[in-house]
Design a protein around this ligand. Structure first.
Ligand code: ZN
Length: 203
């Protein structure tokens, strides 16, 4: 399986990092070795001094598809989860300046903690999903899926023009504003609507 991550999909987040707004979805990938499940701790890596959290809605692809038309994209997922796209911002900044790939800053081991998945139909408002991250009990990110520049269906349609999506693949759909650094001993708790999705510690 693979993990596809959408970058710069919320206007206010693109602005906080001084990035231009994309005309088409920007995506990158993480390997399966980035996944952390069941609220296991995130171990702060020794190669960075500026690891940031980015809280994102995550789609689970339920059947294989390529060249998916936007109008059919909603038949490719029916479950959603919440994940953290951990980013070594110091390494990413250096690589961005040089125009180099981001994998060193995005795809490292344990960089993608994910929650369990729940049916979209269990949500109160699946057309505008609210989610938030609490850092040590204080809300630091609050997102609404209506604020995405590219919708779930647009993202799936676009990515599948280049890469075949397979059952079990995950799509991180971008982070809202409020990203920031984590420190050892921080507790990260993520919610979709009022459902607690993950709760883990940085070690
Ligand atoms: Zn991200």
């Amino acid at each position: 399986m693979k993990i596809i991550c959408i970058g710069r999909n919320y206007v206010e987040h693109a602005k906080e990092l001084n990035n231009p707004l994309p005309e088409r979805p920007v995506f990158f990938m993480k390997p399966d070795t980035s996944i952390v499940v069941r609220n296991r701790p995130f171990f702060y890596p020794g190669f960075s001094k500026d690891i940031h959290y980015e809280t994102e809605l995550v789609l689970k692809i339920k059947k294989n598809g390529r060249h998916i038309q936007e109008k059919f994209a909603n038949t490719y997922y029916d479950e959603i989860g919440l994940g953290v796209d951990f980013t070594a911002r110091d390494l990413q900044q250096k690589h961005k300046e040089k125009g180099l790939p981001w994998e060193i800053a995005k795809a490292f081991d344990n960089s993608a903690p994910i929650s369990k998945f729940i049916p979209l139909n269990d949500l109160h408002k699946k057309e505008d999903i609210s989610f938030h991250l609490e850092l040590n009990g204080k809300t630091v990110q609050q997102g609404y899926s209506r604020d995405m520049i590219f919708s779930f269906d647009q993202v799936i349609s676009y990515v599948s023009q280049f890469i075949t999506l397979k059952m079990g693949d995950l799509i991180f759909t971008g982070t809202p504003e409020g990203v920031g650094p984590v420190n050892i001993n921080d507790q990260l708790t993520g919610y979709i609507e009022d459902k607690k999705m993950f709760d883990f510690r940085v070690k």
